[in-house]
Design a protein around this ligand. Structure first.
Ligand SMILES: [Zn+2]
Length: 326
């Protein structure tokens, strides 16, 4: 966990001010989580804030504790653990490694690739990759509230080779739908993104319905794929670009900005290695980060990610390898 030779100066646990239950610095992080037991106790508080609830019988009451984090329900004798039934389930990776990964993922400004995480933690590449993939599934859960107010929606092409692909047709690039809240008088709010098969209304309208609350004002360009939005409880404002004196980045500043940021992030942090089957999980991580870009307190983001991790159902090995079924 800790790089050789630096353990001595963090031996004294930090004293946190009353009520704060997350670390603010790496030194505090190491002090709070010296071993698996400390990580297990913290995970239990996040998963069962009101005290242990048996996943077998639903009964409450302090569990009996066995070695290696095993918990036994005093009511029905069901054996469980804090990670059973969560995305941390069925992994031989110790909790303390998960915690270290969560800390790195949430405190690195642009996140980090599996390769960088592998080097940072000294784990195998496969372990680093698996942890990142599972955390991305947990990140989705933190983003369920729908967007509202003024929302720009557009599609962009990500990855692959641009053959000047026509909209709505299959191209070598992946199509990504983007929705961004626009704040008045200026600034952007939250974002949602989805990897869609094409830019038809069959792909675009369900995306909007899933991520934007009814009553919102939706701004799009003149593309026919958005024509039906008025029928679904939205106020639809269209800017027909060919008749507008403004180029796309002026009339749709939110989606234009987010599209360029997500592409830069994939090229920079991930060296452009994002494959179509995993594109959605990267989009989820970007969304989680973007929507917390102004959070001054990274420790809270770290806590939030772990909270979602122990509240999210397991992910199969096939999901990790071949792409999660979103
Ligand atoms: Zn029970």
């Amino acid at each position: 966990m800790v790089v050789d030779g630096t353990t001595d100066d963090v031996a004294v646990p930090p004293v946190l001010e009353a009520g704060r239950d997350y670390p603010l610095t790496y030194r505090e992080f190491v002090g709070m989580f010296p071993d698996d037991d400390a990580c297990g106790g913290y995970s239990e508080r996040l998963r069962w804030p009101g005290g242990f609830v048996c996943p077998g019988c639903g009964g409450a009451g302090a569990p009996w504790r066995q070695t290696r984090g095993r918990l036994v329900c005093p009511g029905c004798r069901h054996h469980t653990s804090v990670s059973a039934g969560t995305i941390l389930d069925k992994t031989r990776t110790p909790l303390i490694t998960w915690f270290e990964a969560a800390w790195q993922v949430t405190t690195a400004k642009s996140g980090l690739s599996a390769k960088t995480l592998e080097r940072t933690l000294g784990t195998r590449y496969r372990v680093a990759w698996t942890m990142l993939q599972r955390f991305r599934v947990a990140m989705v859960r933190a983003e369920r509230e729908r967007l509202s107010g003024y929302v720009e929606v557009d599609e962009t092409f990500v990855g692959g080779v641009d053959r000047g692909g026509k909209r709505g047709r299959g191209a070598t690039k992946s199509v990504v739908a983007i929705a961004v809240e626009i704040k008045e008088p200026k600034g952007f709010g939250r974002v949602r993104m989805r990897h869609i098969p094409d830019a038809s209304s069959t792909s675009l309208v369900p995306f909007v319905r899933d991520v934007v609350a009814q009553g919102a004002v939706i701004r799009t360009d003149g593309w026919g794929g958005y024509n039906a939005l008025n029928d679904h409880g939205y106020m639809h404002e269209r800017t027909v670009l060919s008749s507008s004196p403004d180029p796309a980045h002026v009339s749709m500043p939110g989606v234009h900005r987010v599209a360029s940021l997500v592409k830069r992030w994939m090229l920079g942090t991930h060296q452009g290695s994002v494959t179509p089957e995993h594109l959605q999980s990267y989009l989820e991580e970007f969304t989680f980060r973007f929507n917390r870009r102004t959070a001054g307190n990274r420790g809270l983001v770290f806590q939030r990610l772990l909270q979602q991790a122990v509240a999210t159902r397991p992910v199969t090995e096939a999901d990790v390898t071949y792409g999660y079924e979103w």
